[in-house]
Design a protein around this ligand. Structure first.
Ligand code: ZN
Ligand code: ZN
Ligand code: ZN
Length: 573
């Protein structure tokens, strides 16, 4: 693949790194000092204005900086020393330089405070109030981030004017890099984030061979449609060709970074472009006192601070912001910490050789880019990675894909560039946590389902009982009505026949009685006739009504029965 011959390194970043080497070195020194706090030869790095606190139990589970592992591992140190260069012409590649070169821990966050934080108590109150403010908004923006958030270390610098902190949580770090997430003040302290000068290697991807016809902003616009957490889009100047260059994209959220790495492709203006993880080149340790690579200021032999521009004593009274640039190492027209300098360049080559020859001793998480000038003519290996045996990379949590760009040999997890153990255990604990959450949700759901089913069955049972009682009632009422109907009909019939008998009797009595009594009997007979007619009418209307009632009742029973039977049958079936 042609990409193997093209440099991925971002020289701009190297420049940024150089400019901040002093700061970086200071930071690294503090870390080293922290990890070597039991070393009696070293002075305590903290002056009266600096406070450092032991890790809280919350953050103690994170591993310390990578150096810690190397310094504390006597075997590793010995192995490196055995192969130390003996050639006096070459600058010794110290363990410190090795540790520094592969250190990918996140830069520190620096916050300017006004008025300055003078006491430990004020500092503690400040960070408590600050975290309270930050956490609330952070949780809203990163709903999937369930881990506790906090700093691994914090301390005060510059007489309390600077609040500094480090974290290895990339999501939290990216959140803290955004100035819009800061309030203007915490309590009565006005705060201002010092914009980070170094870009993190984490959460960074490279979109390869983007045609020059597509601008950086075009890439940003199209990516914004698919990703919500883009932190920065940068052209990688060292990769520029006449028709294309690589573009580096940094994400604020790790899950979006993981998604694009997993996809391995992105479509910009209809073109399918390859996406790869961004690998940082190994960093060069340069002394801030004498500008030579390979050691720190504390170990420096130089009697005075040497100007990076002119190579003279920085305290000789000249203005060293305007002095003539002449490299102290080679006399060239560049500052003495420039990667262009053969001294720095050679050191870098030697360092890379040493790293490449000792890949079995590298921590398992290391994945770095080998700059093209540090490769042998036929050496096409552009990735520096640990060859430690017995280390097996965990597989990505997704199922296999046909996407050819996603090579199965590529280690999905180590691309995070985090401390191996901390990262792995964090990933695994996150996966486990997620798994547990899923199981819990499933259990809760099943329990709820069973509860609802039981309730439903109970209710159906009650309805069934009610329905049976209702049916019995209706039947009893119908029987009662039927017998009443019969009684009433019989009574009417009897009354009618009694009236008839009465009429016959009246006729008979008329033949035997006196004339004055006949009139009385006639009126009795008339009354009897009226009663009989009334009874006959009553019987007719009663019978009609009974027929209507029974029709309605049958219809009602039918209406009840249909839904009830369907409920009972569906419950059984
Ligand atoms: Zn030095
Ligand atoms: Zn100077
Ligand atoms: Zn030079």
């Amino acid at each position: 693949m042609s990409a193997t011959t093209r440099p991925l390194r971002d020289p701009k970043q190297d420049q940024v790194g150089l400019k901040n080497m002093e700061r970086l070195e200071q930071q690294r020194r503090q870390k080293v000092a922290r990890s070597r706090s039991d070393d009696k030869d070293m002075d305590t790095p903290m002056n009266d204005d600096q406070y450092t606190y032991p890790k809280t139990p919350k953050t103690a589970r994170y591993n310390g900086p990578h150096q810690e592992k190397i310094y504390k591992n006597p075997n590793l140190q010995r192995k490196f020393n055995e192969q130390e260069y003996n050639d006096s012409e070459q600058i010794l590649i110290s363990d410190q330089a090795i540790a520094h070169s592969i250190d990918t821990s996140l830069p520190m966050i620096r916050i300017h405070c006004n008025p300055s934080i003078r006491s430990k108590e004020t500092g503690v109150q400040f960070i408590k109030d600050f975290m309270k403010y930050i956490e609330l908004n952070f949780r809203n923006e990163y709903p999937r981030h369930k881990d506790p958030i906090g700093l691994d270390q914090w301390w005060l610098q510059d007489n309390g004017n600077l609040f500094c902190g480090v974290t290895d949580d990339i999501d939290f770090y990216m959140y803290l890099c955004d100035v819009s997430h800061y309030p203007s003040s915490i309590g009565n302290v006005q705060i201002k984030l010092e914009p980070p000068k170094q870009l993190p290697a984490q959460n960074s991807v490279v979109i390869k061979f983007v045609p020059t016809t597509i601008s950086k902003d075009d890439v940003l616009d199209e990516m914004k449609l698919r990703f919500s957490s883009i932190f920065m889009v940068n052209e990688m100047i060292g990769t520029a060709r006449s028709s294309a260059r690589h573009i580096r994209v940094i994400f604020k959220q790790q899950n979006e970074y993981e998604k694009i790495i997993y996809d391995g492709k992105i479509v910009i203006q209809g073109l399918i472009l390859d996406v790869d993880e961004y690998l940082p080149p190994p960093k060069i340790l340069i002394c801030t006192k004498c500008n030579l690579p390979g050691h720190i200021k504390k170990a420096c032999q130089s009697p005075y601070i040497i100007c990076r521009r002119c190579g003279q004593d920085k305290e000789n009274g000249d203005s060293h912001t305007e002095c003539a640039i002449r490299c102290q190492h080679c006399g060239g027209n560049h500052i003495s910490t420039d990667y262009k300098c053969p001294t720095i360049g050679n050191f870098r080559k030697n360092l890379l050789d040493k790293l490449k020859n000792n890949t079995d001793k590298l921590p398992a998480h290391v994945r770095m880019y080998i700059p093209i000038d540090c490769r042998k003519p036929n050496d096409r290996d552009r990735i520096l990675t640990s060859s430690r045996r017995g280390y097996s990379a965990p597989h990505p949590p997704m199922t296999t894909t046909n996407n050819s760009s996603y090579s199965p040999t590529k280690n999905f997890w180590t691309s995070r560039q985090e401390a191996a153990n901390a990262s792995m255990s964090k990933e695994y604990s996150a996966i486990r946590e997620f798994d547990n959450d899923l199981n819990k949700i499933k259990r809760d759901f099943d329990e709820e389902k069973n509860r609802i089913n039981r309730l439903y069955e109970k209710q159906i049972e009650t309805v069934k009982k009610g329905w049976l009682i209702l049916q019995q009632q209706i039947r009893a009422q119908n029987e009662c009505l039927a017998s009443m109907q019969q009684v009433i009909s019989t009574t009417i019939d009897c009354s009618v026949s009694l009236s008839t008998t009465n009429n016959i009797l009246c006729e008979f009595v008329k033949t035997v009685c006196r004339d004055e009594q006949k009139e009385h009997i006639d009126s009795m007979k008339n009354t009897n006739g009226v009663t009989m007619t009334h009874l006959m009418q009553l019987k007719d209307s009663f019978q009609r009504e009974m027929i209507q009632y029974s029709t309605i009742m049958h219809k009602q029973i039918e209406l009840y029965q249909l839904p009830m039977e369907s409920i009972f049958s569906s419950q059984n079936g």
